[in-house]
Design a protein around this ligand. Structure first.
Ligand SMILES: CC(=O)SCCNC(=O)CCNC(=O)[C@H](O)C(C)(C)COP(=O)(O)OP(=O)(O)OC[C@H]1O[C@@H](n2cnc3c(N)ncnc32)[C@H](O)[C@@H]1OP(=O)(O)O
Ligand SMILES: O=C(O)CCC(=O)C(=O)O
Ligand SMILES: [Zn+2]
Length: 454
């Protein structure tokens, strides 16, 4: 990982090279050379990974985010948010543009209830929800906090019916009806969710969803509480449910088996309307669908929709805020904001990226307030990247000279990866050696000056 520490110093082609815009590059008829003959390359079909127009139930271009950092995220092992921090996070999320902010149950503790009330009073753009058990005692407290809606949940799988609350489906249905009617009578939103939906009996699930839909719940929720579901199972369940209820459908995916993002996407394709996220994916165990990851995926599908709703250039600030609060580092390979998310290293990649960023980027870094980097100091660096860096330094090299210099850099980088400053010194030295009448072989002289092994 030593090389990683140098990445921030690497070349930024976007800073001074006239790079073609991503979409512009896609649309233009390009010319490429094949065996010395110039050939026309037809423009690519626009956004082949976008929504399928034939899929009329899909909500990939019209979805809502229920941001649960202040509920599910508080269940992350390292999380402790005091009132001030909760307010700061809630403001940041609302400013970012999330549709809903879900808060911990007000019955969890006295301070949780007071914090819930305080956040409700902020007058944020996002709607505020709190999350409770399917029980009148919890519901009575929740409706007094000033929330815009209540998310009710109860386990429906055999495991949770037996070992968590011990209630059968008849009892669950009856208490759900009571809680829903009560919350509705207060004029606020109500969602009913089955915990551990994917290990629940399908007939049980559809029966209870149909019953709560009939009495006018705003949303039903499907929860992959243990992270066992696969995208196909998600698609099938959501699509089936879409045919059974007329209300909105919310989905919540844990990431134990790495499926949380793909499952969220499949749920939207199948007609789900709301997805639960948390910043950096924090939650119970290894958490749920990360906010940034969901947005990366949805941006690739419908950039205009995502740009119209969310302030993507604030994502990094929101993530830093939460990372600091829970004392974790942003992972190096984090979606969008990870330190390598827009770094291109191998020569083949660097050449193409410099010609047109769409070749190896599906996300435009500038849409997220991020910068692109091209790594030029490794044994994998190619001459095109070196020539481009020389141009940035106003050093004129012929192609042959750039290739010769690249060989020197590769030799040096076989010993250790070079920082950008090192590469620049080598470039300048080589350029000076080329112009020195006393030096017969510039590449040998440069290599020697930098102690390169023969
Ligand atoms: C999958 C999820 O993430 S769901 C959300 C999880 N969130 C939380 O747990 C919020 C924080 N929790 C808490 O502060 C506490 O657990 C409380 C205040 C909710 C309850 O605390 P306690 O009364 O001490 O009970 P405890 O936590 O030991 O057990 C949970 C109780 O809720 C009951 N229960 C569990 N789930 C549900 C449900 N969905 N609906 C109704 N009752 C439920 C259990 O049967 C158990 O009841 P018991 O007191 O008869 O044993
Ligand atoms: O309320 C829900 O839908 C989800 C609850 C939860 O966190 C879970 O089941 O993992
Ligand atoms: Zn959860």
């Amino acid at each position: 990982m030593a090389a990683i520490t140098h990445i921030r110093n690497f070349l930024r082609p976007s800073a001074s090279l006239p790079l073609r815009s991503t979409l512009g590059g896609l649309r233009r008829m390009a010319t490429s050379t094949k065996g010395g003959v110039s050939v026309e390359v037809p423009p690519m079909k626009q956004n082949p990974y976008g929504p399928n127009p034939a899929d009329f139930l899909s909500r990939t271009s019209n979805f809502h985010i229920i941001e649960s950092t202040l509920r599910e995220g508080e269940q992350f092992a390292n999380a402790f948010f005091d009132t001030e921090k909760k307010i700061e996070i809630a403001r940041a999320l609302s400013d970012f543009g999330v549709d809903y902010i879900e808060l911990t149950s007000p019955v969890a503790s006295e301070q949780s209830r007071r914090d819930c009330e305080a956040i409700c009073k902020l007058g944020l753009k996002s709607k505020i929800l709190t999350h409770i058990r399917c029980h009148m005692d919890d519901a009575r407290v929740a409706v007094e906090t000033g929330v815009d809606g209540v998310d009710v949940v109860i386990g429906t799988s055999q495991y949770l019916r037996k070992y968590s609350h011990g209630k059968d489906m008849a009892y669950i249905t009856e208490s759900a009806m009571e809680v829903i009617e009560f919350v509705k009578s207060k004029g606020i939103e109500i969602r009913f969710s089955s915990e551990d939906s994917f290990r629940s009996d399908l007939v049980d699930l559809l029966s209870i969803y149909r019953a709560v839909d009939k009495i006018g719940v705003n949303r039903v929720g499907i929860a992959d509480t243990v992270g066992c579901a696969t995208p196909r199972q998600v698609y099938d369940l959501v699509r089936t449910l879409r045919g059974v209820v007329s209300c909105d459908i919310e989905c919540h995916f844990h990431n134990d088996t790495g499926m949380a993002i793909a499952n969220a996407y499949c749920a939207l394709e199948a007609g789900a309307t709301h997805i639960d996220t948390s910043v950096l994916g924090i939650g119970e165990r290894n958490g749920i669908t990360p906010l940034g990851a969901l947005l990366a995926r949805m941006y690739a599908t419908d950039r205009d929709y995502v740009l119209s709703k969310y302030k993507l250039n604030k994502l990094r600030d929101v993530e830093n805020l939460v990372a600091d609060a829970v004392e974790v580092q942003i992972p190096f390979n984090n979606y969008i904001t990870g330190m390598c998310a827009f770094t291109h290293k191998a020569g083949i990649h660097a050449k193409a990226i410099l010609a047109n960023p769409s070749t190896y980027e599906i996300l435009k870094p500038e849409d997220f307030g991020m910068s692109r980097y091209v790594h030029v100091g490794s044994r994998l660096t190619g001459w095109n990247a070196i020539k481009s860096r020389a141009e940035q330094l106003n050093l004129n090299l012929t192609d042959a000279q750039a290739k010769e210099l690249t060989a020197v850099i590769k030799k040096l980088a076989d010993v250790r990866t070079l920082a950008l400053d090192d590469v620049d010194r080598v470039l300048r030295q080589y350029h000076a050696d080329l112009g020195n009448p006393n030096i017969a072989n510039a590449s040998e002289a440069t290599a020697a000056a930098f102690g390169s092994p023969n």
